[in-house]
Ligand binder design. Sequence first.
Ligand code: NAD
Length: 487
Amino acid sequence: MNIPFDPASLSLPRRHFIGGDWLEGDEALELTRPSDGRAIGAIPIADASVVDHAVTTAARAQRASGWGSCQPRDRTRALQRWADLIEAHADELAALEAVASTRLISQIPGIDIAITAEQIRFFAEMADKEGGALVPTRDDQLGMIMDEPYGVVGAITPWNFPISMAGWKLAPALAAGNAVVLKPSEMTPFATLRMAELSVQAGIPPGLVNVVLGDGRVTGTALTGHAGIGKVSFTGSTLAGSAIMENVARSGVKPMTLELGGKSPQIVFADADLDLAARCIAGSIMFNAGQACVAGSRVIVEKCIAEALTDRLLPLMRPQNPGPSWLASTGYSPAISATQRDRIDSIVQAAIAEGAEVLCGGTPLEREGFFYKPTILGAVTSDNPAVTEEIFGPVLTIQGFTTEEEALALADHPTYGLAAGVFTRDLARAIRVTRTLQAGTVWVNRYGRSRDHILPTGGYKASGIGKDLGREAYHANRRTKSVLIDI
Ligand code: NAD
């Protein structure tokens, strides 16, 4: 798709969106375009009083509109109209997304927006199909499990896929009858604000989708600690997830869905289709320049085919047209910020100092913006920082194994357990390995999500608690009430 735009002529929404209205705030946080490092103005930081206004407005709107108690099919229809509007505004949303983020204008309409619209429809269809049960009791009693929305869900999203992450949070929460106060990443808030505005146009009552702008320290803390929030739904780093757990524990008790960091392995056995494996591995680490939670950054390969796999990987690790995210010809993303690019580089340099061998890349790309060269590091041990740290950049490590047991031991990260890939033609081994892997998602002879929104996503270990997507995400946005009636 060819929809380039001029970032200088783009009018960016910079206010909070609360109760269907725009709310001014003092501009406090400066934003930068990752593609060329230029400043694009500032956004306000919602303090505790703005967050309180948003939560109170959301709670009032959820009750007064009857969103949680209406005929569920009415929610379905409104959400479907919202999905239609999001698709109808794909060009506009793509421009708002591309300007400040790492997402490319060539990919956003066909990937981020198309999948988000589908995903909203998926949850919309659950509204009148899931929930509640009549349970076996004595004949002179009636036992029921009723399920109900929480009221207001407090959601927080990261910068790496802003539209998709907003969709993951908003769609199940709204379909389940809640209002939402969402804080997008302070680096990439623009498309989320427009999505919120479109929700009102779609007939979702004003106040059901609210967006507060700001950072994690002030706005995020005020939101997750607010007593009016019935549930917290967070996607971001494990560090921030831990801080949120602490804040929630201090300020009151509420359920949390936490989608956190990862350091996912891709195991390649000698009998695998090596061309397929190389394409999947390179694709997973080149997409969004490795800034994906499920990036398969640790290649674990049977030693006898390590060289053959590396030979296939190297030509695929060339950046295709790095450039401004708003040009249709650009095929390779920058890192989100100078800080992120420097962090990637500092881990790579530390890895090299500890014995890693650079097979390609290993330095920033010399051009404007915050680009980093696709990098492969060989000869790494399990305690090398490139193997232990979530780099969140285009960096692969390669480790060799001789036995299946050894492969599984290498794959088992001490901290993370988000996703894993297995490449083999041996079905029995694929099943055996899948059963042993400590990961919330395992892909066999492929790597990456499909459009099957029925498959939940979430982490083992410190990669998270609970699931996004699937039936689980819908039910995580409702709570159950057990009812027993003596007849
Ligand atoms: P981050 O944790 O720095 O920030 C994420 C969001 O949390 C931002 O909106 C930020 O403002 C907010 N935040 C930060 N500290 C907070 C606090 N103490 N209280 C409340 N809010 C706080 O993460 P990021 O750099 O934006 O995103 C990258 C991270 O997100 C990576 O670790 C990646 O693996 C993870 N991620 C996970 C998934 C998943 O599905 N598991 C998906 C995408 C990204």
